[in-house]
Design a protein around this ligand. Structure first.
Ligand SMILES: NC(=O)c1ccc[n+]([C@@H]2O[C@H](COP(=O)([O-])OP(=O)(O)OC[C@H]3O[C@@H](n4cnc5c(N)ncnc54)[C@H](OP(=O)(O)O)[C@@H]3O)[C@@H](O)[C@H]2O)c1
Length: 417
């Protein structure tokens, strides 16, 4: 089966490593903005696989650049591990060229000051009640087009969203008649030794963390100030950590797809030093996305900041410690209350030894490959736009164990108040 991977950053590196271990992928084209990165990766991996690998330059902001390449390569499926800014152009190109589409993050506009985008965004904030700059409406709007084309678009197959959503489908299938409360806990106990760095793309990461939090309760969104809700949790493999409630994209799709759910929250751990740096950068305007004039030229503050910060891809060799990501579910089985916690513990150094990337890229890249393989092998199929929790979770859960993200179920977890 022919796979085209778009992007060659941290997540792509792991996803491509893992594609090479899966015989369903027989031909892989790695296409990104900087072809030299694709060439270097292909060179490193060529001896490890029977799959034929080629590389190309592509500008994924332009549909024509994508379709030119797709018309030549004729991929069965396209895995988008570039940035969320490119989701819609890549979906358009897939429709034009008859390819299935897979990604790990929902659409986000690159220029949030664009008046046309802002008008739609402000209407959505009023109607839906949350102010995050990203949401699923843009991609769910492609439902009829993918249906009519007989193609599948699989949205959000990273860890969160992705594995957390599959954990939810699995819990509902095997442990509950109804799930009422979902707490998604994302803990990174890794230490890279820098005073400040982000574990994945700084623009995407800092925007997410500095925005208002929100959670889903009794059929509507409740919005909080950034970092307003804090809890402590003792994570298996990591220990006690502070965690903060954030808005996160899988809350939106789980609220739609999990019947009877009463509340969905998402918590992520942050150290005090990270938060102090981030607040300071925000207060001085360094997280801004609108261009400013500097010495006669335009610069975008957050892009300039990205150039100063360590490249997330370079954190691998320095990062030690573990991640622990999972979901605590509370609900009803056979008329009785039940609580379970499904989670994965991943070691940064082990990930680095295997793929050259740290655990944050690893925990996203492995499920990116697994979701793509579900579509490539026909294990998951259907025409239209889907989130991962809409399919049978069992083959995906099996693949997580096989490809490096084994999970555990704790049937008596400590709950989050
Ligand atoms: N669901 C999850 O759990 C989860 C977790 C983490 C990340 N993610 C998502 O995973 C994706 C990749 O993250 P990452 O950390 O790997 O980011 P990254 O290291 O910044 O890599 C992004 C890659 O996309 C390429 N790219 C950017 N703009 C492009 C364009 N216009 N045309 C072609 N290629 C382009 C970049 O090219 P250059 O090399 O030229 O810069 C780079 O190779 C993001 O969408 C992120 O939001 C999801």
């Amino acid at each position: 089966m022919k796979l085209m991977v778009i992007g060659c950053g941290g997540v792509a590196t792991v996803a491509i490593h893992k594609c090479y271990e899966n015989p369903v992928f027989t031909e892989i084209l790695v296409a990104s903005r900087t072809k030299s990165k694709c060439d270097a990766l292909a060179e490193k991996l060529r001896s490890r696989t029977k799959a034929v690998i080629t590389t190309a330059t592509v500008n994924a902001d332009r549909v024509e650049s994508l379709t030119e390449l797709m018309n030549k390569f004729k991929p069965h499926t396209v895995l988008n591990v570039a940035l969320p800014y490119q989701d819609l152009t890549i979906m358009d190109a897939c429709l034009e060229c008859g390819a299935n589409y897979v990604d790990t993050a929902n659409y986000e506009a690159e220029n949030t000051d664009d008046p046309e985008w802002r008008a739609i965004y402000e209407k959505r904030c009023k109607e839906k009640g949350f102010t995050a700059l990203f949401d699923y409406s843009w991609q769910w709007a492609y439902q009829d087009k993918f249906k009519a084309a007989g193609l599948t678009a699989l949205l959000g197959t990273g860890f969160d969203p992705g594995v957390t959503s599959v954990y939810t489908a699995y819990a509902l299938k095997h442990y509950f008649d109804e799930i009422h409360y979902i707490d998604i806990l994302d803990c990174n106990g890794g230490d890279h030794g820098y005073p400040f760095a982000t574990n994945f793309n700084p623009e995407i990461n800092l925007r997410e963390v500095s925005s208002n939090g929100s959670y889903w309760e009794e059929g509507h969104w409740v919005e909080t100030k950034p970092m307003e809700i804090k809890r402590e949790y003792d994570f298996d493999g990591v220990g006690m950590k502070d965690m903060y409630l954030l808005h996160h994209e899988e809350i939106e799709s789980l609220a739609k797809n999990i019947p009877n759910v009463k509340r969905i929250r998402f918590f992520m751990t942050f150290g005090q030093s990270y938060l102090t740096h981030m607040n300071c950068l925000q207060n001085v305007g360094m997280l801004g996305t609108a261009p400013v004039q500097f010495e006669g030229r335009e610069i975008v503050p957050i892009k300039f900041l990205k150039a100063l910060l360590p490249d997330p891809a370079s954190l691998g060799p320095r990062t030690v410690g573990k991640t622990n990501i999972g979901c605590i579910f509370r609900g009803i089985k056979d008329g009785k209350e039940r609580n379970i916690y499904i989670y994965n513990v991943c070691d940064h150094q082990e990930c680095y030894k295997e793929t050259g990337a740290q655990a944050v890229s690893y925990t996203t890249g492995v499920p990116a490959m697994i979701g793509t393989s579900m579509i490539a092998s026909g294990t998951w199929s259907g025409a239209g736009v889907f989130n991962v929790e809409e399919f049978d979770p069992d083959p995906y859960m099996e693949a997580l164990n096989k490809y490096g993200l084994p999970w555990q179920v704790n049937e008596n977890p400590v709950l989050v108040d």
